[in-house]
Design a protein around this ligand. Sequence first.
Ligand code: NDP
Length: 305
Amino acid sequence: MELPTTAVLTLDQLAPWSSPGPALAVLGHPIKHSISPAMHNAALADLARRDPAYSAWKYFRFDVPPEQLASALPRLHAAGFHGLNLTVPHKILALDLVEEIDPAALRIGAVNTLKRTATGWRGYNTDGYGLACALQSELGIPLVGAHVILLGAGGAARGAAVECLRQGCASLWIGNRTRANLDALLTLLRPLAGATPVHGFDPASPPAGLPANAVLINATSAGLKPDDPTPIDLRLLPAGLKVFDMIYNPPQTPLLRTATALGLPSANGLAMLVHQGARSLEIWTGQSAPVGIMQAAAKYALGNH
Ligand code: NDP
């Protein structure tokens, strides 16, 4: 039986699994709000216009609770899946479950893309790439030489911080609500920082030494819910700030609304989602991804939520 790419699937629907061609999927919990299937199936349809071999490729979504991930990965491999995306809460858990890990993903300590090998899965992390592309395309910021003020110390902040250091940012200032989580991130980054200054701070009282003309990256989840507080008071930060919020749903967070009111250039996380997805598709297919089509499909899917 062929299953629809729009449904939320569970592992029980794997047996008997039949897909007319190579299958891809995103695994998460919850997963029903994911717009990745819409974005990737639009991209695959475009690849198929250039090469009919891609007309059989399909991208699905599976609701997989964390305690099922260890059994899900071998089952999806046995069912013939070619590639997977992992989202909350699987990105760190999967590190111990894959056979090979790309060195960049190992530095971050999280994987969001798995590619099939003969005997298992190879893990990659495309979030940092997605962030760097989005900063360039939406705000005209190259990470090399940038002063970065990063908010958050969770998985997304970890990927962002490693990418900033890898690309040669001029300085990195990390603010997080919970000091212990901030300290854990600073400890992880220390061996990667080289000569780049890396500082931690309390976002409730930003220090005087924060740089002017910086990019502020919100990698906290504050803003996902309508009654969330803003993660920092933008009026306390030095001049010349540009603001990037990783959150894309809702498209306007309180942080972004404040940035607009203060006349600061700003962008939400949709382009990051699109570029990390484009890189995943390139890893799976070896083809360059139709980024514009993926962006349009993602925007359309968000509009339908
Ligand atoms: P985690 O749960 O790993 O980390 C959450 C972070 O947010 C922690 O630093 C936490 O601080 C902080 N936080 C949570 N609530 C608040 C609050 N009310 N006020 C201040 N800080 C808060 O999540 P992830 O790192 O995986 O994801 C973070 C965000 O990035 C999410 O919104 C996610 O949707 C987005 N994201 C977007 C992507 C994209 O492609 N656009 C890709 C990946 C993530 P504390 O340590 O104090 O608990």
